[in-house]
Design a protein around this ligand. Sequence first.
Ligand SMILES: Nc1ncnc2c1ncn2[C@@H]1O[C@H](COP(=O)(O)OP(=O)(O)OP(=O)(O)O)[C@@H](O)[C@H]1O
Length: 273
Amino acid sequence: MLMTVNQATATSVERNAVVEARQLGLTFQTNDGPVRALSDVNLTINKGEFVSFIGPSGCGKTTFLRVIADLEQPTEGTISINGMTPEQARQARAYGYVFQAAALFPWRTIENNVGLPLEIIGLSKAEQQARIKRTMDLVNLTGFEKKYPWQLSGGMQQRASIARALAFDADLLLMDEPFGALDEIVRDHLNEQLLRLWRQTNKTICFVTHSIPEAVYLSTRIVVMSPRPGRVTDVIESTLPAERPLDIRESPEFLAIAARVRDGLRAGHSYED
Ligand SMILES: Nc1ncnc2c1ncn2[C@@H]1O[C@H](COP(=O)(O)OP(=O)(O)OP(=O)(O)O)[C@@H](O)[C@H]1O
């Protein structure tokens, strides 16, 4: 298993590394004692990859994304984003972040929600409008600009929050279980759309999920994690083609990758907890 991680690291030198974590660890000090949310994470994510993080609750998936976004500071090892520290990357607006819940402001229209970060960074009105138009179009929400969040379905709200993250126009998109709360049909549809969007924009995506089919369907690489301490136990390269109709999920190749993810999850699961 360790071999896979090392192989991925070795080839990263020739490729274009967006995220590079080396011996990364993070221990939270809590009233109940220290919690090792991340331990010895070695991972390189290259430009244009779609990397999913999967693992049981508490294995550090969200913490890893938050470290990239400079929302948590590691206590061991190093991490760089486009060759910068997380703080520099945040200041350079190197990424967009999509949260579990759409987190839209109910008193703002969809276009004003999507445009809020652009307003904050002080872009001209014309540039704001151009970016809002482009990203609303990318997530298929053209025509809903003047609506309020409560007038949209859950799936549409989540698409609006993806548009808001895309409006930054950063090359890196961090997505923390964005479709977890949606029903399966809507989720399938958004998975297809996200994959199309990723192909169109050539962004690097880090995607947290609890769903094996979702991880296998979307990813070029799947990072399997396990808890106590939170660590990477397997990194699986996808052999699926870039073009993926939904029915690819019934193909033997898809099922073989899903089985390997399941084995990885099972191996990292402690039944004593
Ligand atoms: N701010 C914090 N203070 C203390 N402990 C924390 C904090 N944030 C996370 N943890 C702990 O760190 C561990 C990893 O949490 P994290 O949220 O990263 O896991 P996760 O894999 O994303 O879980 P989930 O799938 O439930 O979202 C957990 O044990 C969690 O309780």
